[in-house]
Design a protein around this ligand. Structure first.
Ligand code: UD1
Ligand code: MG
Length: 457
């Protein structure tokens, strides 16, 4: 195997996106496009990956970090000019160089591997990854000679009527013999409709030098799509969604309506879990086996155990243990840690709190900054008053505690094991083991008073 290098072109402004966010950082299935590209190149065992940055350079470098080297293209004068920006790092190397655009997020490592193998087996100096589409509008077209050999690439804006009818197009990914690439680049001019230095011109230059130039035509037109505007971005998201959901289905996850279920790329889901329509699962979420994620739930960066049921709830940076259930309409905010067999019911908000096995928070409750023990029952309408306007304070509730409905627990506070509060109490003092905390005024009934009211007929 030859030494392998890769260049990711990511310096263009992306003006067609009409965005303040730099094009290659627009997410597809929750992950920046350039990250998708990078991840598919990594398995090719390259010695170096060089990313060409320009617009928003720091942001791209933040994204890829030290996994890539960087070349700065200060002025965006075209894709050929962009590759030349890597000359200091690469031009003297011997081997195969893969050039890929940062805006083709759907290309897979399998396709890239086939491209590189094809190139190396034919001992070509350049190999274009091409694809065929009924309508190749926007792409550079592959021009072949009478013997069906690749001659050159013509850009949309420079193409004649007959060239525009060609269905085989340039995906923007290529393999080159590294030294031939840099040599040919010095000969690329900018006499074209866009006044740019086109990388595709290297193809005709090498061809005219009598070198072997080929195209590897991939089967899937969709996989090759380049994202230049928001319409294409939406399409790419749709295609990626389909790919991700199908992968999960093959691993044993059931989807009621995969077209309407949105799962980001890095999510892990166990077998026999069922996902209902309208669910979004994002970030680094891991879901176990035999769970049911019911409609209209959003789960972000969370770890869900096995046999968990989530109903129409929002869950962020939280852990949920086995056999627990949440919702409908619950909101688990960051650092909620539910152990096993925990029940969280409707209209419950929890933040920065752990709740141990078997405890229940059934309805209309806020729990914040708290540690709750095992087998607790929190009555309806309980509020953990954790904030005094300046600082947040902690509340600890022991095992087997019964909190009566409508209790306000004012932090800081400790409610010991096996104790209880009376419904409607505002608890400001610690409660010892086995005690009842009651803090409400005694009721008085005024005889026949209600008769005075006008609507008492
Ligand atoms: C390019 C190809 C076209 C191909 C299509 C596939 C050229 C001239 N055309 O067109 O044949 O069909 O991709 O999607 O190459 N970039 C830079 N610096 C620049 C210009 C661009 O780094 O000065 C980067 C962009 O960030 C982008 C990539 O190169 O990631 C491609 O540029 P783009 O403007 O999207 O080219 P296309 O018009 O799509
Ligand atoms: Mg493009």
């Amino acid at each position: 195997m030859k030494n392998r290098y890769a260049i990711i072109l990511a310096a263009g402004k992306g003006s067609r996106m009409k965005s303040s966010l730099y094009k290659v950082l627009h997410p597809v299935a929750g992950k920046p496009m350039v990250e998708h590209v990078f991840e598919q190149i990594e398995p090719l065992n390259t010695t170096d990956i060089v990313t060409v940055v320009g617009y928003g350079a720091e942001k791209v470098q933040e994204q890829l970090g030290e996994r890539s080297k960087y070349a700065l293209q200060t002025e965006q004068l075209g894709t050929g000019h962009a590759v030349l920006a890597t000359a200091d790092l690469l031009k003297d190397k011997e081997g195969t160089t893969l050039v890929i655009c940062g805006d083709t997020p759907l290309l897979t490592k399998e396709t890239l591997t086939k491209l590189v193998n094809h190139h190396e087996q034919l001992n070509a100096k350049a190999t274009i990854l091409s694809a065929v589409a009924e309508d190749a509008t926007g792409y550079g077209r592959i021009i072949r000679n009478d013997e069906n050999l690749v001659e050159k690439i013509v850009e949309q804006k420079d193409a004649s009527e007959s060239e525009l009818a060609i269905k085989e197009f340039n995906t923007g990914t290529y393999c080159f013999d590294n030294q031939f690439l840099f040599n040919a680049l010095t000969k690329v001019g900018n006499d074209n409709a866009q006044g740019e230095y086109y990388l595709p011109d290297v193809i005709s230059i090498l061809k005219q030098q009598g070198e072997v130039v080929t195209a590897y035509t991939m089967g899937s037109e969709e996989e090759s799509m380049g994202v230049n505007d928001r319409v294409a971005l939406a399409k790419a998201n749709q295609l990626m969604k389909k790919r991700i959901n199908e992968q999960h289905m093959r691993q044993g996850v059931s989807f009621i309506d995969p077209d309407n279920t949105y799962i980001e790329s890095d999510v892990v889901i166990g077998a026999d879990t069922v996902i209902e329509p309208g669910v979004m699962i994002k970030g680094n979420t891991i879901i176990g086996n035999n769970c049911v994620i019911r409609s209209h739930s959003t789960i972000i960066d969370s770890v869900i155990g096995n046999h968990v049921e989530i109903k129409s709830s929002t869950i962020q940076q939280s852990n949920i243990g086995d056999y627990s259930d949440v919702g409908p309409y619950a909101h688990l905010r960051p650092h909620t840690d539910l152990k096993e067999h925990v029940h969280i019911g409707n209209f419950v908000e929890i933040k920065n709190a752990s709740i141990d096995n078997g405890s229940k928070v059934g309805h209309l409750t806020y729990v914040g900054d708290a540690t709750l023990g095992k087998d607790i029952n929190i009555g309806c309408g309980t509020v953990f008053a954790n904030y005094d306007g300046k600082n947040k304070h902690h509340i600890t509730v022991g095992n087997h505690v019964f909190i009566g409905s409508g209790t306000i627990l004012v932090a800081p506070l400790t409610v010991e094991d096996n104790s209880m509060t009376a419904a409607g109490s505002t608890i400001t003092k610690d409660i010892s083991k086995n005690d009842l905390g009651i803090a409400r005024s005694r009721q008085e009934n005024l005889k026949n008073y209600a008769k005075k009211l006008p609507y008492n007929k």
